[in-house]
Write a protein that binds this ligand. Structure first.
Ligand code: ADP
Ligand code: MG
Length: 692
């Protein structure tokens, strides 16, 4: 179809007449709506020059017109501007309205890694996350050049979205001069517009562990400066190939640049998952039959044997609590943070890998190789153009999802500090050269190997994860994973692992296929918002009061703080969500509280007194009992490492003797309990050694 015909049709599309189409369902989609918008623009012209047009309106108006847009976007956009310029309005004429088309159907979306030469110069949509955003800078629409010989000013139209400044190559436009300069660039007659570059990457949910690919985007006028690094967007525009320049200008490769026409923010986390009514019925049916939870737990890392509580924690994390906005504007997170601390070889890394690959939006990194800036984001200066960019970190990129961190103990104090701040505030503020606030509504799943190799029951947990004290107090769940020999468990574990290695999948098949599982999470997170009932509230209060009461008068430490209360609320909410229930029942509260209690016992119970001690978990003080235990461990270690030791173990009498020298009371009792707990081995009668 020739361009003139398109322009004629566009005049009708934007024009005043009520356009009646014979087809079905076309009534609401009359061009009338743009007529009103245009008249408004006419009244305020030239303050605003932009008209937003929804793609489906064009498509239902005339398929040929919309097809033309998709295949010849530059011509189409110009034709639309021209068509409007020929219409008459009440106040001003509209000679240079910019049309911004949004709302392309999802089948016109192309992933960044799928862009090929056939996409060049077509109209398409890209779903992405902004990885860098440059400063907004004025760029020339028309540049003015003063001829130094005759004083005449030549105006040169500049190509939009190109970095090179076009000069008056044909020479001075003054007929009586016509010389090739020299010229001086001047302000008079020059026209500028706002311009910004973005660097975008594929959304995390489409990556599943792949390396992201990037694309440069050029934004002008109204859409320059409206997004931040870390924002999730759908950008429509025209893909251009721009010659890649090297020093001698001889490269024949083109570099893609996406010239944005419109930008829509897509904030919903799981927006682009298509959940069918059938799927929802299937989940609801499982939930009614009370087996949805089993199905979910049976689908979390099925190749890993045991670790039921950790898996439950992860399931709750995937479903998530709900954020609460307080009347004063502060925000309480709904994200559940989990840290696993444990002996090597207990499948911590493997669990992380599962979550990182499975969760709809996840990012993973290792504590060994991350910096604070890499996690929370930073302002960085581009080497090429010297402009400042905002570079979001892993936590910002995973906003709305899960951030998986391995080897947390290897993180620097500074890094850990900035993580826990970002996780608690749910936002990071960058204030260097450029200012930006980036969301970090991210759930954290971390794994740490104890600093000294194996987990030491008698040392406070914060000491075993380097720099971890403040960090650890922010965790909703702390799992201690000990690798203790246990015949029955070991036999089952060995069988499970060997069966998997032999390729027998019956033991490791997920109960629900992972695509269903993912959709179930997406559905629950976007549709289910459970509320506490009076009974479930009472149950959580009870847990809080009773647990704190357990130490009343016996110790000057508290077993749990109000933070644990919030954790209980989040876990109970997530548990209800996992059942697709709009109310948090007593059952949900009970499950949450019991998980927390088991969790507290694992890490916080003073092995001597049986009392729970939040100081051990969080604050960084240990009480006298655990100090005694550590002293005894040291004595045993020293004795068994001395050159007189027998079988690298310590003689019971020698231990007791040293204990009395050091005035450690009750050593017999402590040693007996340690042996019972499996932390001491008795290689032969009268001898002890540490299990490490
Ligand atoms: P970690 O990170 O805790 O040091 P890994 O995740 O690297 O441990 O696990 C070590 C290996 O042991 C993995 O190959 C894992 O499959 C296996 N393994 C350990 N515990 C289990 C388990 N409970 N079920 C299945 N495999 C396990
Ligand atoms: Mg590991």
């Amino acid at each position: 179809m020739p361009l003139e015909a398109i322009e004629e049709k566009l005049k009708r599309f934007f024009g005043p007449q009520y356009y009646v189409n014979k087809g079905k369902n076309h009534k609401e989609l009359t061009p009338k709506r743009y007529w009103d918008d245009l008249n408004y623009l006419s009244a305020i012209y030239p303050d605003e020059k932009c008209l937003w047009v929804e793609f489906r309106h064009i498509e239902t108006f005339d398929k040929e017109v919309s097809d033309f847009l998709l295949n010849n976007p530059d011509e189409w956009l110009q034709a639309a501007t021209d068509a409007i310029s020929e219409l008459d309005f009440a106040v001003h004429k509209l000679p240079d309205i910019r049309i911004r088309v949004f709302g392309l159907p999802s089948d016109l979306e192309v992933g960044i890694s799928k862009l090929r030469d056939i996409h060049m110069d077509t109209f398409l949509a890209i779903r992405c996350i902004v990885s860098k955003a440059s400063e907004v800078r004025p760029a020339f629409e028309k540049a003015a050049f003063l001829c130094q010989r005759c004083g005449y000013i030549t105006i040169v139209d500049q190509a939009k979205d190109s970095d090179t400044l076009l000069e008056p190559f044909a020479g001075c436009e003054n007929d009586s001069c016509g010389k090739k300069g020299p010229f001086k660039r001047v302000k008079e007659g020059a026209v500028t517009y706002n311009h910004q570059y973005l660097k975008i990457q594929e959304p995390l949910e489409t990556l599943r562990g792949k390396q992201p690919e990037f694309l440069n985007v050029s934004c002008s006028d109204e859409i320059a400066g409206i997004v931040n690094a870390g924002d999730k967007l759908v950008i429509t525009g025209v893909l251009k190939g721009r010659p890649k320049t090297n020093k001698d200008g001889k490269l024949k490769f083109l570099e893609f640049i996406f010239v944005a026409n419109s930008i829509e923010k897509s904030d919903a986390d799981y927006e682009n998952m298509e959940i069918q009514q059938d799927d929802i019925e299937y989940y609801k049916d499982l939930s009614r039959r009370g087996i949805l939870k089993d199905y979910i737990l049976g689908s979390i890392a099925p190749s890993i044997f045991g670790l039921e509580d950790v898996k439950l924690g992860i399931a709750l994390q995937l479903f998530g609590g709900r954020p609460v906005i307080m009347p004063d504007g502060t925000r309480k997170r709904g994200d559940i943070h989990i840290l696993m601390v444990g002996d090597p070889g207990v499948a911590k890394s493997q669990l992380l890998e599962f979550v990182a690959n499975f969760a709809p939006r996840a990012i993973s990194f290792s504590g060994k190789s991350t910096s604070a800036a890499g996690l929370t984001g930073a302002a960085v200066k581009d080497e090429l153009d010297g402009k400042w960019w905002i570079q979001p970190g892993a936590l910002t990129l995973a906003d709305g999802g899960i951030c998986c961190a391995d080897e947390v103990e290897k993180m620097k104090a500074e890094t850990l500090g900035s993580i826990h701040e970002a996780l608690e505030q749910q936002m990071v503020h960058i204030q260097k050269a450029v200012k930006a606030d980036l969301w970090t509504r991210t759930a954290f799943l971390g794994a740490a190997n104890p600093k000294y190799g194996r987990y030491d029951n008698y040392a406070p947990i914060y000491e075993q994860v380097a720099h971890g004290d403040a960090f650890i107090s922010r965790m909703d769940l702390l799992f201690v994973l000990k690798d203790k020999p246990n015949q029955t468990f070991d036999r089952k574990l060995a069988k499970h692992i060997l069966q998997t290695l032999r390729g027998n999948n019956t033991t490791t098949e997920p109960k629900m296929d992972l695509e269903h599982f993912r959709k179930c999470i997406a559905y629950a997170r976007t549709n289910v918002f459970p509320e506490l009932t009076d009974e479930s509230e009472e149950m959580i209060i009870d847990f809080f009061v009773k647990t704190r009461l357990s130490t009343e008068g016996k110790s000057d430490t508290v077993p749990i703080t109000a933070r644990t209360l919030e954790a209980a609320f989040r876990l109970a909410t997530a548990h209800a969500r996992m059942r697709l229930s709009e109310t948090i029942t007593e059952e949900d509260a009970k499950n949450a509280v019991e998980l927390l209690l088991r969790n507290l016992k694992e890490v916080g119970v003073d092995p001597e007194t049986g009392l729970m001690d939040a100081d051990i978990i969080a604050a960084g003080k240990s009480n006298s009992q655990s100090k005694k235990i550590r002293d005894i461990c040291k004595i045993i270690r020293d004795l068994s490492e001395s050159e007189f030791s027998k079988n690298r173990s310590a003689r019971y009498e020698d231990i007791l003797e040293r204990c009395s020298e050091k005035k450690i009371n009750g050593a017999e009792e402590i040693i007996r309990k340690m042996a019972e707990a499996g932390d001491l081995l008795r290689p032969e009668r009268g001898y002890y050694k540490l299990i490490t």
